[in-house]
Ligand binder design. Structure first.
Ligand code: KIV
Ligand code: ZN
Length: 522
């Protein structure tokens, strides 16, 4: 028996039929081309009888993708088989994939056929399939809950009909590795001419065992694994392609098998699926999740910095993922924080570092990790620039039920005073437009929060604002009895941080009146 495990990708059929993963024919074609580059042996492109769109999607893939075998699914009836003929007509390497529910539950609930009639129908369909297609695969659906003697009878019958692949689906993710291993072994031992066919696995993940079960089947003699990118599929999904092929690569000592997969394409394929469907892999997903190569705990970070193998069994590069990251969160040590701040242009040591580290831990208390922008802000908050680039001289706003509101703002920078007036829907918007006119920046307010501080007549307004400037975000906070003034102070504090970060920032490009206010219309 050879040691090559064929990878049958069913992302476009079993994966696509699960909630949230629907794709247009065009999107399916994009993914199919990528799967071909990834090196899968078979692409299950769809279920042509399901809808005219499915049929059209299959035809486009069959026309364009020439490396992999293109398979399509059909129930055991003439209509479904004819739809596959039409769908696969342009394919160079077509395969018909027939299925029929063989467990007593499926017979009773779905078809109402007795075993003999079911077997006759299966044999008739495989015979027809063999006349029309160079390759036929048969799946006794719910095989792991099918009575052992009936499963043997069905598999023997389809092997006698010359089927090319026999798939043993664990349709509801019910089996466990040892039991599944035994079932595949039983077929190897009891079925005549079983060595003329490829035994395939198709495991669902209802108990989280899809990958383990698939690998057990490979150990028992299966040489095709049906799986999906990111493990998507009905309910809890199918066996995950990236987990199967990477386990076979990394644990070749325990599982001496190979695949035809180009491993460096794994990450980009996973990302492409997420981009096409809008559903990303869970952060801790093995191999392709955003945290799959991230280290947060101080102990891990120190070990990893000395020798990556302490906490890494494969490199991210080997699956095409971006380099490993040290995530700075509440488990990170002072040393990792200092190293990152130095990389970001804010070196610090001693009491200053201690102070920033304390604030860093407070910021992480909510359980989140901090990104680079947040770290820079932490550093800047603790080392305020000696002179903020802009200071406020005057904020004057007028607003009421008659719109628009107006605002006049006067700011000083490098000893020069600039003033601007602007209109807006409300006084804060008008004041922000006036500030933008002076600074020359077009800032996007991504978050604005106004809170009352204190009670009664003494209540003050506390404004927290997050502003996006040239794709980076900066935050500012200020308190004032006047909420427009608090809003402008907070806004300017964010802009000053941006200016402090970019030392070579250009002076305002927009001509604004020095001292004399200028009216800027909307
Ligand atoms: O899960 C299943 O049984 C299937 C078959 C159609 C192969 O998807
Ligand atoms: Zn399935």
């Amino acid at each position: 028996m050879d040691d090559v495990v064929r990878i049958f990708d069913t992302t476009l059929r079993d994966g696509e039929q699960s909630p949230g993963y629907g794709m247009t024919a065009e999107q399916k074609l994009i993914l199919a081309r990528q799967l071909d580059e990834l090196g899968v042996d078979v692409i299950e492109a769809g279920f042509p009888a399901a809808s005219p769109e499915d049929l059209e999607g299959v035809r486009q893939i069959a026309r364009a993708v020439k490396g992999a075998t293109i398979a399509t699914l059909a129930r055991c009836n003439d209509g479904d088989i004819e739809a596959c003929v039409r769908g696969l007509e342009p394919a160079d390497k077509p395969r018909l994939h027939l299925f029929f529910g063989t467990s007593q539950l499926h017979l009773d609930a779905k078809t109402g056929l007795n075993k003999k009639d079911a077997l006759d129908l299966i044999v008739r369909s495989v015979r027809l399939g063999k006349k029309l297609f160079p390759e036929v695969e048969f799946s006794p659906e719910d095989a792991t809950r099918t009575e052992e003697s009936f499963l043997l009878e069905v598999v023997q019958a389809v092997v006698d009909e010359g089927v090319d692949v026999v798939n043993i689906p664990d349709t509801v993710g019910y089996t466990v590795p040892e039991e599944y291993f035994k079932r595949i072994r039983l077929l190897k031992e009891k079925i005549r001419n079983i060595d003329n066919v490829i035994i395939s696995t198709h495991c669902h993940n209802d108990l989280g065992l899809a990958v383990a079960n698939s690998l057990a089947a490979v150990q028992a003699g299966a040489r095709q694994v049906e799986c999906t990118i990111n493990g998507i599929g009905e309910r809890a999904g199918n066996a995950s392609l990236e987990e199967i092929v990477t386990t076979l690569r990394i644990r070749g000592d325990a599982l001496p098998f190979t695949t035809n997969i180009n491993h460096e394409k794994i990450f980009e394929t996973s990302q492409l699926l997420s981009a096409l469907t809008g559903v990303g892999a869970q952060p801790n997903k093995a191999i392709v999740g955003r945290n799959a190569f991230a280290h947060e705990s101080g102990v891990h970070q120190q070990g990893w910095l000395k020798d990556r193998r302490t906490y890494e069994i494969m490199t991210p590069e080997s699956v095409g993922a971006p380099p490993a990251q040290l995530v700075l969160g509440r488990h990170s040590g002072r040393r990792a924080l200092a190293a990152r701040l130095t990389e970001l242009g804010h070196p610090m040591t001693g009491s200053q570092l201690n102070h920033v580290y304390d604030n860093f831990l407070k910021a992480c208390e909510v359980g989140k990790a901090l990104d680079d922008d947040e770290l820079i802000q932490l550093a800047l908050d603790n080392r305020p620039p000696p002179e903020p680039p802009y200071t406020i001289n005057l904020v004057q706003a007028s607003a009421g039920s008659v719109k628009p509101a107006t605002a006049t703002v006067q700011l000083t920078r490098d000893g020069r005073t600039f003033a601007a007036c602007a209109l807006g829907d409300g006084p804060v918007e008008a004041a922000y437009t006036a500030v933008d006119t002076i600074t020359g920046y077009s800032c996007k307010v991504v978050e604005y929060e106004l809170r009352a501080v204190g009670t009664g007549r003494e209540t003050e307004g506390e404004v927290s604002v997050r502003v996006q400037i040239a794709e980076k975000t900066f935050s500012g906070r200020a308190v004032d009895t006047d909420i427009v003034a608090a809003s402008v102070k907070a806004y300017l504090s964010a802009i000053n941080k941006a200016l402090a970060l970019r030392e070579r920032i250009k002076p305002p490009q927009v001509a604004v009146a020095e001292k004399a206010p200028q009216i800027i219309s909307q």
